[in-house]
Design a binder for this molecule. Structure first.
Ligand code: CU
Length: 131
C-alpha cells in the first residue's frame, strides 16, 4: 500500500510538472516532437541550455556526439532541490545558485551515450542523448 501511494504521488507530481510546462509557453511543443532549440553551436563548441526550477527543462535533449560541449544550467528563483545537481557520468555535483547560469564542461561523448542529470535526491532528472 505504501509503495502504491508513493508511485501515485510521483505520477501526480509528474502530471503537474507536465501541466505547468504546457501552460507556461503558448507555443511549447509536445515533448514527443521537441525541436531541441536549446542546442546551439558557438565558437565551435556545442552549447546546451537547460533550466532548473521545479525539475529540469527540457527533460530530454538530443545533441551531437564527439564534440566538446558546454552545458549551461539556468536557475531563476530556484529554491527547490533541482538546484542540487548531480551528473554521475562526469562526477559532477554542485549546488546551483538560486538565480544564475552555471557552465559545465562536458567532454566529447561518443554516439549512443545518454548523459543523465539528477537532483541530489534522484527525484528530478534530465537526459542528453548524443547522436
Ligand atoms: Cu530532488
Amino acid at each position: 500500500m505504501k509503495t502504491q501511494t508513493i508511485i501515485a504521488s510521483i505520477i501526480g507530481g509528474s502530471l503537474i510538472v507536465v501541466a505547468l510546462l504546457f501552460s507556461g509557453g503558448g507555443t511549447a511543443a509536445p515533448a514527443s516532437i521537441q525541436k531541441f532549440d536549446n542546442v546551439s553551436i558557438q565558437n565551435e563548441k556545442q552549447v546546451i541550455n537547460i533550466t532548473a526550477k521545479g525539475g529540469y527543462s527540457p527533460r530530454v535533449t538530443e545533441a551531437t556526439a564527439n564534440v566538446p560541449t558546454t552545458l549551461k544550467m539556468k536557475t531563476q528563483g530556484t529554491f527547490d532541490c533541482s538546484s542540487a545537481l548531480v551528473i554521475p557520468s562526469i562526477n559532477y555535483k554542485k549546488n546551483l545558485p538560486p538565480t544564475g547560469t552555471t557552465e559545465i564542461e562536458i567532454p566529447p561523448q561518443p554516439a549512443g551515450t545518454t548523459l543523465e542529470g539528477l537532483c541530489s535526491m534522484g527525484m528530478y532528472r534530465f537526459e542528453i542523448v548524443f547522436k
